[in-house]
Design a protein around this ligand. Sequence first.
Ligand SMILES: [Zn+2]
Ligand SMILES: [Zn+2]
Length: 423
Amino acid sequence: MIKGVRGAPDILPDEVGRWQALETMTRDILDRYGYAEIRTPLFERTELFVRGIGEGTDIVEKEMYTFQDRGGESLTLRPEATASLMRAYAEHRLAAKSSLVKLYLIGPMFRHERPQSGRFRQFHQVDVEAVGSPGPAVDVEILALLHHLLEAWGLPDTPLHLNSIGDRQCRPAYREALVAFLRERQEMLCADCHVRLEKNPLRVLDCKQPRCQEAARGAPTLTESLCGPCQEHFDAVRRLLDGLRIGYEVNPRLVRGLDYYTRTTFEFINPGLGAQNAVAGGGRYDGLVEELGGPPTPSIGFAVGEERILASLALREQGAVSAGATGVYVATVGEAVYAKALALTQDLRRRGLRAGVDLEQRSLKGQMRQANRDGYRFVVILGSDEIARGQAVVKDLATGEQVEVRLEGVGEYLRQVPEREMA
Ligand SMILES: [Zn+2]
Ligand SMILES: [Zn+2]
């Protein structure tokens, strides 16, 4: 039998409920903050990701699913959402509708990574972007939104690490100072960091190798080298966060390697997740749209891995997104009443209730077992005696309580059950 591809797991029916709950909750909160959903294709021209994610990054160099289509064009399965989203924003001139455009995307991403704990080749992200405004208020709303989402997902108090990585004015001088500092400790750096020192010295600061971390100890930080406007921006972000009582830690090691990233950079960290401990991360990327050939477009956003969130929840053993028993199962005694049972089930479904009925001629005992297994809260039992009297028995599986209800009144009766029990 042919097997699925390694690192591309199936999400089976008994897990889907958690995913749906997570996504429903997420859409609801994003809607409250004024974000609109956008759906872009799963593949794009390879060039979009090479320029939008950056040559020299691990994603572009080692991880992309790139192929030639039958027309000979090089296409790539999206390894992240930001580049696609910004392409769509520029291509469809969304800026004409509003100076600040708030967008989100939920869906699968693809990277050829070594399968290990918490890493998949097809994985799922919630990607959120606020496009068009340079001001610190947008940064703070984005952080407040992510803070709110984490709370709703059952991960309150996830520590926020915050940094400013400056801009085109102040970064070049800092970069020189950093390179000068690291050159003196070059022999301690790993092979990757030797390359980074030439191409991308900021990335040496977040290398996970202990000797590289040792070498970077005492290095000058960008936080100390910001130009006036960057400092003002960072101060305003911190002041507004304080006003919202959102706690954070300034982490000078939190950097991004590419030039189009600017100013505010952040991660929410779950220490329980091990080396890959960022639950969500993002920042400002005021130079990205220009990098793609569009007009200057200040933007900020973040991405969250849904697998990470679900794993963190499992870690905390929280039932926040698990569903209880709901709906009603219509059980029958004897074949004669089957047509009535089918009609009642359809009626209940039309009334908006989750309803099931036996399709396999099981015994009453077998039907009760099925109702339990499928997570129904109520069972309506129909026998020929009951039908003759125009009655049905309604049993609450949660309490064991059993009442006789007029047959035509079953839908009405179940609708009166408090919303929270039938939702
Ligand atoms: Zn290193
Ligand atoms: Zn600056």
